[in-house]
Design a binder for this molecule. Sequence first.
Ligand SMILES: CC(C)(COP(=O)(O)OP(=O)(O)OC[C@H]1O[C@@H](n2cnc3c(N)ncnc32)[C@H](O)[C@@H]1OP(=O)(O)O)[C@@H](O)C(=O)NCCC(=O)NCCS
Length: 161
Amino acid sequence: MELRPYEEGDLWLARALESDPQVMRDLGGPTLPEKILQHHHRRAKSVRDGDVWYFTVLAEDRSPAGTIGIWASEVSGASIYEAGWMVLPAYQGRGLATAAGRELLRRARQARQFKTIHAFPSASNAASNAICRKLGFVLAGEAFFSYNGPPQKLNDWKIEL
Ligand SMILES: CC(C)(COP(=O)(O)OP(=O)(O)OC[C@H]1O[C@@H](n2cnc3c(N)ncnc32)[C@H](O)[C@@H]1OP(=O)(O)O)[C@@H](O)C(=O)NCCC(=O)NCCS
């Protein structure tokens, strides 16, 4: 597994991930094509400008297999940093997201840029909750907000770096 900065050429990957009903099941459902395009360009530009931490997860054969990042967010009026991850169905279940999360946290610790990072999987998202636990996040409570679609109840995991 390797991380490389997310880039303009990753549009196909964003489309494959964010329009997939299985990948988006716990994130409010597939994102509309025009939104994917908008989010993609904004994300790639923010990475180029150094404003956001967003990486493409490369599998062992160096094929792009997912994305992972840390971004600023607002939850219940508080400014926080949130981490999120996605892996293409064909690459799931082989430890890629866990390895990517470890590498992301290693880089974040080294950069000393973040004090606390949150992650918000829904209670039904077994894989993502397992990743939080394995990476050393602690379950801090619940949060209520929306990704796509209506607000939903989410687990609020956090880690102090
Ligand atoms: C969450 C996600 C990134 C995990 O990717 P992955 O590369 O398959 O994860 P890993 O292989 O590192 O597995 C992580 C853990 O989840 C478990 N797991 C993987 N898929 C699972 C599934 N479908 N159901 C239950 N547990 C699962 C693994 O067994 C592993 O735990 P373990 O080591 O204790 O056995 C992937 O399922 C995904 O893209 N989901 C949709 C997007 C999403 O919900 N992102 C998280 C938003 S908070």
